[in-house]
Design a protein around this ligand. Structure first.
Ligand code: ZN
Length: 149
């Protein structure tokens, strides 16, 4: 494995891939979204239970490459028990981080695990893999917001 690929598949990424956190589904979820990335064959269904004050439960299921599944696992882990606005801010920070618009330290302040995905930024085609579950999360947050109004 060359150095770049080693950086891409850090131990932490492989750990989340092999032992995903928050895997499963939620009965009577407040929001649920399925997204896919045909280029890589990744697919993720994300379910949330909660309201704007607190995301009580977050679960994902899916298949695909290590990057897409590990990113979903890290994301779900980082979101539990946070308020909707905190989760929204995490989404914004992570998307900015992947597009070189936020420094690793900004992301580290909210979730240290997620910084492990930094190596993915060098592989343009894989950024979509890392962001797939975040796209689902953004849409789930919209569903919860609109249900409240
Ligand atoms: Zn992928």
């Amino acid at each position: 494995m060359n150095e770049d690929l080693e950086a891409l598949y850090q131990d932490l990424i492989l750990d989340h891939y092999k032992n995903p956190r928050c895997k499963g589904s939620i009965e009577n979820a407040s929001a649920s979204v399925t997204v896919d990335n045909p280029i890589c064959g990744d697919k993720i269904t994300l379910s949330l239970a909660g309201d704007p004050t607190c995301i009580n439960q977050i679960r994902f299921s899916g298949k695909g490459c290590a990057i897409s599944q590990a990113s979903a696992s890290m994301m779900a882990d980082a979101c539990q028990g946070k308020s909707l606005s905190e989760v929204q801010s995490l989404v914004d920070t992570f998307v900015a981080f992947m597009h070189e618009r936020a420094a690793p330290d900004e992301l580290k302040a909210v979730s240290s695990d997620l910084v492990a995905l930094e190596g993915v930024k060098k592989f343009t085609a894989r950024i979509k893999c890392a962001l797939l579950s975040w796209e689902a999360l953004g849409r789930c947050l919209e569903q919860i917001k609109s249900a409240k109004n």
